[in-house]
Design a protein around this ligand. Structure first.
Ligand SMILES: [Mn+2]
Length: 393
């Protein structure tokens, strides 16, 4: 057992002594860890032995089975998101606090495709992680229940049929009470996902949209491509445009044809320069104020290309000069602390990725949101908005 260092006052100490005795956050995390149970981990280990048979007699650790089942080894296994249980029978999804679902669609892409492999890429690298986070002091396995629903059956060459499939899937999950976590897919899915959640409630929904691009044109190439989701999302009666907050915008791929719409609908737009000037925390405070103004829930739409292109090469429309990973993690964590009714992570394109770094960043965004929801007691807080029966398209 390591000794727990208690915080001390800094007055009367030399600078060097004060530094040595400063109450570092690491020790707070060490203390907090002792309050998290091991119940679910032990249950999983028992299950692994039962399903995978006891390990060879030469192995001292008797929790190791012959066939890998559950979390370990991290490089083994059939991959669901973080090896969460696969919910094959989708009528059972409501038993979980949050449900990951893949929307492997890149028919809305206007430059590099490949986002149809986004869910597979994110699931693959998700095998790396344990469910515990040191800084947040949370263990997702112990403190919430997560499942993986597999993927939505999208129609590769048909945007509109795919939109209906996505709305039906997200609406089904949302109505069950499980919080939808959608792995894209390109950003065209940002309209049908919100449409699914909005159909489960009479209440209003705001959107925090983190991206380098505005994605608010009515059409692109004559279709509802990945440059258009927020035009169509803010056409939904209970998704007001004034509660659309777009963060991280800038660069050379902002479509001028969208500006009449922007001037009319007046979403809030924070550029990267705003983030440089005010800092990510102040910007997120302002963003949350506007997104939550007069609504009952907020959806988080995260485009991985919002992050500096050097960190996320595996994406469809890279744009240098974006967020730093620490800024991105800080901002999604702040958004989650207020509670969200669901989220999507989009535009991860594994064919353009290197060493899984883009998929890893996307995974990190998702688990940062889940961890922050748990640590602030907001997991499941959105359920009060569910007051309308979802009618599938
Ligand atoms: Mn984008």
């Amino acid at each position: 057992m390591l000794p727990i260092r208690t915080p001390v006052g800094l007055s009367g100490l030399t600078a060097a002594a004060a530094l040595r005795r400063a109450p570092l956050k690491g020790w707070k995390s060490v203390e907090k860890e002792s309050s998290i149970p091991h119940t679910a981990a032990e249950r999983e280990a028992q299950h692994a032995l039962k399903m995978g048979l006891p390990g060879a007699s030469s192995i001292t650790d008797k929790s190791i089975p012959t066939f890998s089942r559950g979390e370990l080894p991290h490089f083994a296994g059939i991959l669901t998101f973080m090896k969460a249980p696969y919910v094959e029978d989708i009528t059972q999804v409501g038993k979980y606090d949050a449900a990951v679902v893949g929307a492997p669609f890149d028919g809305g892409t206007t430059y590099r495709s490949g986002a149809r492999f986004g869910p597979q890429g994110i699931r693959k690298i998700s095998a790396l992680y344990s469910p515990y986070n040191f800084e947040l002091g949370v263990d997702l396995r112990e403190q919430m229940s997560l499942c993986d629903c597999g993927d939505i059956f999208n129609i590769p060459a048909n945007i509109e049929k795919t939109f209906d499939q996505i709305t039906n899937a997200v609406g089904h999950i949302a109505q069950s009470g499980a919080m939808p976590v959608v792995l894209g897919g390109d950003h065209s899915i940002g309209f049908p996902t919100v449409r699914g959640v909005a159909a489960c409630t009479s209440k209003k929904i705001g959107i925090i949209h983190i991206d380098r691009h505005l994605d608010i044109s009515e059409k692109d190439h004559d279709e509802r491509m990945h440059t258009t989701p927020f035009f169509h999302a803010t056409n939904i009666p209970n998704v007001p445009a004034k509660n659309l907050v777009q963060v991280g915008i800038g660069g050379w791929l902002v479509d001028r044809s969208a500006f009449p719409v922007i001037r009319e609908r007046r979403p809030t737009i924070f550029t990267i320069q705003d983030i440089q000037e005010y800092g990510p925390e102040k910007v997120m405070e302002m963003a949350l104020d506007r997104a939550w103004d007069g609504v009952d829930a907020v959806w988080l739409s995260y485009d991985i290309d919002s992050i500096e292109a050097a960190f996320v090469p595996g994406t469809g429309t890279p744009e240098p000069g974006g967020l730093l990973p620490r800024e991105a993690l800080k901002m999604v964590s702040m958004a989650a602390r207020e509670g969200i009714c669901g989220m999507e992570i989009v535009e991860v394109s594994p064919p353009y990725d290197h060493a899984d770094i883009t998929s890893l960043m996307a995974l990190r965004i998702v688990v940062e949101v889940l961890g922050s929801l748990v640590s602030c007691g907001k997991m499941g807080a959105h359920k009060h908005i569910l007051d309308r029966e979802f009618k599938p398209f």
